[in-house]
Design a protein around this ligand. Structure first.
Ligand code: SAM
Ligand code: SF4
Length: 334
């Protein structure tokens, strides 16, 4: 038996998020600049290398794999990778294979994803207003995404909607988005905007809408019950008693969730980030490419986990950007 991955703070690492591309067919304002320069193809791990790396993590005890990006479904041949990962579901080593997507390609791929054993998808959707959607995603078109969500439902996938809470942008849609999710049978999670990438500091503070405020607004309209559910990540959940809906809040900036952190993040170039809010990373591409044997790779993964920090440094508390990150979310894969 291979010993599972346990970090120095006794946290078992059971969840790997993998960014399979830095590219995207959208240019969301809080995520990317309009004119991005993407990585040259030679820098990217091939689909075979991604398979080897993820399989090594599964061998070391990772039970949940979330595929993200960039937009994972724009990577050419990505279904080959999903098919490869489905073998770990079949053996029972992997408990969940899932993805976070902007939904634009779901009409094309939902059926195949379901065949590969994917049961749930997270779709990012900040507004149900077509003009606002085009504004916030720059290149996205709402009808295409709504049709993708429909295709996912038809394929039997559960859809969770992730909405970034943006002050002055979707504040007025808190309840309409909630009602739409209830009618469509989707769970809904709100995400606080994080200080990523190179947007000007003023822009970010302008966009910041505290989820405490969002929660208070729910409490003004519904009876809300805190749910004990924990996922090892920054999400907290409440139930709206009148509708039975579960609403999630991801507040990496205002709450400390690090003590239960069970996850690490792999970029499309094979960098392993032990914490979303810290710069430290381990290069796994070199040991991967140095040998076809996985011993060096496994040793590099173990050595990286030993460096997992206790917590992150994000801090908006003094209306200044503390612990600011220079990486884009599309690089570490949100
Ligand atoms: N393209 C896919 C998508 O949009 O779902 C997957 C990658 S995207 C980087 C993952 C998640 O990160 C999305 O839900 C997106 O809204 C969120 N995100 C991106 N930039 C963010 C930021 N600065 N603050 C908070 N969430 C952000
Ligand atoms: Fe693309 Fe997702 Fe970033 Fe939007 S949030 S630009 S869809 S990677």
């Amino acid at each position: 038996m291979t010993a599972p991955l346990i970090d120095p703070f006794a946290r078992p690492i059971s969840y790997l998020r993998v960014s399979v591309t830095d590219r995207c067919d959208f240019r969301c304002v809080y995520c990317m600049a309009e004119h991005m320069s993407f990585l040259p193809k030679a820098e990217l791990l091939t689909l075979e290398e991604l398979d080897r790396l993820c399989s090594a993590f599964v061998r070391l005890g990772v039970e949940k794999l979330r595929i993200t990006g960039g937009e994972p479904l724009v990577r050419r041949g990505i279904m080959t990778f999903f098919r490869a990962m489905s073998r770990h579901l079949e053996t029972g080593a992997l408990k969940e294979l899932t993805l976070t997507t902007n939904g634009s390609q779901l009409r094309r791929f939902a059926g195949e994803l379901a065949e590969c054993g994917v049961r749930r998808v997270n779709v990012s959707l900040d507004t149900l207003d077509a003009a606002k959607f085009a504004e916030v995603t720059r290149w996205g078109r709402l009808p295409q995404v709504l049709d993708g969500i429909k295709a996912a439902k038809e394929a039997g996938l559960r859809v969770k909607i992730n909405a970034v809470a943006l002050k002055g942008f979707n504040e007025d849609e808190q309840f309409s988005l909630t009602d739409w999710c209830a009618a469509e049978g989707h769970d809904l999670t709100w995400i606080e905007v994080m200080p990523m990438g190179d947007m000007g500091a003023e822009d970010r503070l302008d966009q910041y809408w505290s989820l405490d405020d969002l929660r208070a607004r729910y409490a003004g309209r519904y009876r809300i019950t805190d749910l004990p559910e924990r996922t090892g990540g920054p999400a907290r959940y409440v139930r709206l008693e009148e509708t039975g809906q579960k609403i999630g809040f991801i507040t990496p900036l205002t709450h400390n969730f690090c003590e239960s952190c069970n996850r690490v993040r792999l970029t499309c170039t094979g960098e392993l980030f032990m914490c979303l809010g810290q710069e430290d990373m381990a290069d796994l591409r070199a040991p991967l490419r140095a040998s076809t044997d996985d011993a060096a790779l496994e040793a590099a993964i173990r050595a990286a986990i030993v460096r997992k920090p206790k917590g992150h440094d994000f801090d908006y508390s003094r209306q200044a950007i503390g612990g600011q990150m220079t990486r884009h979310m599309s690089h570490t894969g949100g």
